[in-house]
Write a protein that binds this ligand. Structure first.
Ligand code: NDP
Length: 611
């Protein structure tokens, strides 16, 4: 997007200055600016220095606005990995700065029966794999869908749903809450917004519109104050983020598997010296990946465009040379249902249009295929570089559980990355980020990253509290971080690790480190399950079963359970095993055992980081 004398009311000098500033702005900053200017233009004194207005308005607003207390305002969040919770924190701060008397709570912090007393309710929730609510939203979700669900006439609400369009039940939990509250008589303050993994800009628009809706109803805080405060808050945020990542240098990149393994698991050490941020065991490092150069070259060939073709990357009209756009900006290695629907609108290919009649047919087609397959299977002459952004979504960042301790290595972050390689439809396929690490990044290279705190995966601060850690495969990463913490603090005992992988000789990740911690007493017990060393598969849950009495005793002694790794099968099967163990050992029903685990979840004694 470029301002010219011909397409704007500005003089040449003004256009040059404005273009210089606009070029440096992020999408979020542009959204803010447009809102700010819209409002500023409606104010009586229009030709004032905007930075000065920002400062003065903030002070005035703080001093003169009376609290927005006409109706109670509650922000409820359902969060598993912390994204919804972080957004809730951000929104809470923003609403408070606007003098809204807001109460923020995790969904499991309110008694479901008290829901009917709430007046204005904002819901921010993620969705788990198969459309399930995040663990702290389960109870409220169940209650609202039960016969006990209350009449909610008089309540006003709005829902922000977080999800991932690659999943069939995209944003399902948000959709469920939205539909149910409406069915129970509540009124929408503002329509639900469903966000894909790249949620920031949509979330920003949602909260701005919700604030405007609340403002309209209460008419005591003007939108300009909202915008002004927002800036002030942003300016105080100095942390690294998606739009402001830290360039971490690769210090070490080694394979943890022995020769002959079916797996390639990389141990990556990154330098975060000068990042000026700390992390805790359980936190994640978010990596901004890039697509493989070979895949990008192949795609450019199939598209039949030049690598330097200017390619529009968003609706603001920003462009990048094609090669750069395909390397850094767009997701090209995966197809989604909305991608196919959008492609049908821009390809001008009848066969593709008829494929989109049925979602099940689309789902069957996209499995294991990428954008190159789509272009080969459904030839297009209509697709233009300025339409590409309407078809492809942004390359989502990847989150990895940190495998090191800030206390032991404050200048480093270690990751345990499983290289994803498989063949589908006659072509070899690669995981975007894992293969960027496994095949391309060498010591000395840099990679853009930022830290993401995970308040839902926190280890006890009491050295005497027992900790049971269950982490097959790469799921063992946060437990290495925790053991390093315990070593740094000289906290001995009270730890039990269950680890599983395919083969003892080739896949025992960090074997010598666990053995040293066992010898030194930082790790009290360790049970391993090598699934493919025996005729019958042995998994971590078999080891839990074999140790049922001790396992139950640890729980009765107040132990906390931590599970990290595969969500689809392992986490579910391990959960079921723990329920069985509690039921068998305490001679209670499975339902009662399930209730014990539910309570442990509430008490933060049962935490999971599953993917
Ligand atoms: P896996 O979870 O695939 O394997 C670790 C061990 O768990 C193996 O011995 C495996 O046995 C076993 N296992 C398989 N099924 C179960 C089960 N139901 N219950 C208990 N144990 C089981 O380890 P990875 O580290 O390779 O992958 C972890 C998860 O992360 C997977 O879901 C993977 O798809 C996902 N993932 C990982 C990425 C990464 O970078 N690490 C990237 C993208 C996804 P066996 O194989 O013999 O059945």
């Amino acid at each position: 997007m470029n301002l010219k004398v011909t397409n704007s009311p500005f003089t040449e000098a003004q256009a040059t200055q404005l273009n210089a500033v606009l070029d440096t702005l992020t999408t979020d900053q542009k959204i803010w600016l447009s809102g700010y200017l819209t409002h500023a233009s409606t104010e009586s004194q229009s030709s004032v220095d905007t930075t000065k207005v920002a400062t003065v308005n903030t002070v005035e607003a703080t001093q003169t606005t009376s609290p927005n207390v006409a109706r109670s305002l509650t922000l409820l969040y359902g969060s598993e990995t912390g994204n919804a919770e972080s957004l809730a924190d951000l929104f809470e701060a923003r609403l408070k700065s606007l003098n809204f008397d807001i109460t923020k709570k995790a969904m499991d912090e309110i008694k479901p029966k008290t829901l009917k007393k709430l007046e204005d309710v904002l819901i921010v929730t993620s969705t788990q794999g198969e459309g399930d609510p995040p663990s702290n939203a389960v109870e409220l979700h169940e209650y609202l869908h039960s016969r006990k669900a209350p009449n909610l006439e008089g309540m006003r609400y709005s829902v922000l749903a977080l999800g991932d369009v690659t999943y069939e039940y995209f944003c399902q939990t948000g959709k469920d809450f939205d539909a149910k509250l409406s069915e129970l008589g509540a009124t929408r303050l503002y329509d639900r917004v469903d966000c894909d993994v790249d949620y920031e800009a949509d979330a920003e628009k949602w909260i701005t519109n919700v604030i405007n809706a609340l403002d309209e109803q209460m008419s005591s805080t003007t939108p300009s104050q909202a915008f002004v405060r927002e800036t002030v808050q942003r300016e105080s945020e100095t942390k690294h983020s998606k739009t402001h990542p830290f360039q971490a240098e690769v210090l070490e990149n080694i394979s943890l598997n022995g020769r002959g393994s079916n797996k390639e698991t990389r141990h990556i050490e990154l330098s975060i010296e000068d990042m000026n941020e700390s992390y805790e065991a359980g936190d994640c490092l978010v990596v901004l990946p890039q697509n493989a150069p070979q895949l990008v070259t192949q795609l450019i060939e199939v598209l039949g465009w030049e690598s330097n073709t200017p390619t529009q990357i968003n609706e603001d009209g920003d462009t990048l040379p094609l090669e750069e756009a395909l390397t850094h900006h767009f997701e090209i290695s995966k197809l989604t249902v909305p991608l196919i629907q959008n492609a049908a609108a821009h390809f001008g290919n009848d066969d593709l249009s008829s494929l989109t009649d049925d979602k099940e047919t689309i789902r069957a087609y996209i499995e294991g295929r990428d954008f190159i397959d789509l272009l080969n299977d459904f030839v297009t002459t209509d697709l233009a570089p300025e339409d590409l952004y309407k078809v492809l979504r942004k390359l989502p960042p990847r989150e990895y559980s940190i495998a090191s301790s800030y206390e032991l290595e404050p200048d480093e972050v270690h990751l345990t990355v499983g290289a994803v390689r498989y063949t589908a439809h006659g072509r070899e396929r690669h995981g975007v980020c894992s293969i960027h690490f496994a095949a391309r990044l060498q010591p000395g290279d840099t990679v853009p990253v930022y830290l993401k705190h995970n308040p839902n995966f926190r280890f006890p601060t009491d050295p005497e509290q027992k900790v049971i850690m269950i982490g097959p495969g790469t799921g063992v990463a946060p437990f290495r971080a925790h053991l390093q913490d315990r070593e740094a603090r000289d906290w001995k005992g009270h730890t039990w690790l269950f680890f599983g992988e395919q083969h003892f000789t080739t896949d025992f990740l960090y074997q010598t480190e666990w053995q040293t911690w066992l010898k030194d007493g930082y790790l009290e017990k360790m049970d391993v399950a090598f699934s493919r060393d025996t005729e019958e598969k042995v998994y971590v849950q078999h080891r839990i079963q074999e140790n049922a009495a001790t396992f139950n005793q640890w729980l009765e002694d107040g132990a906390s359970i931590y599970i990290c790794g595969d969500e689809k099968h392992m986490a579910h099967d391990v959960h079921q095993t723990i329920v069985n163990v509690i039921s068998r050992m305490r001679h209670i029903s499975l339902e009662e055992a399930e209730d014990i685990l539910k309570q442990m979840k509430k008490d933060k004694r049962y935490q999971r980081d599953v993917y």
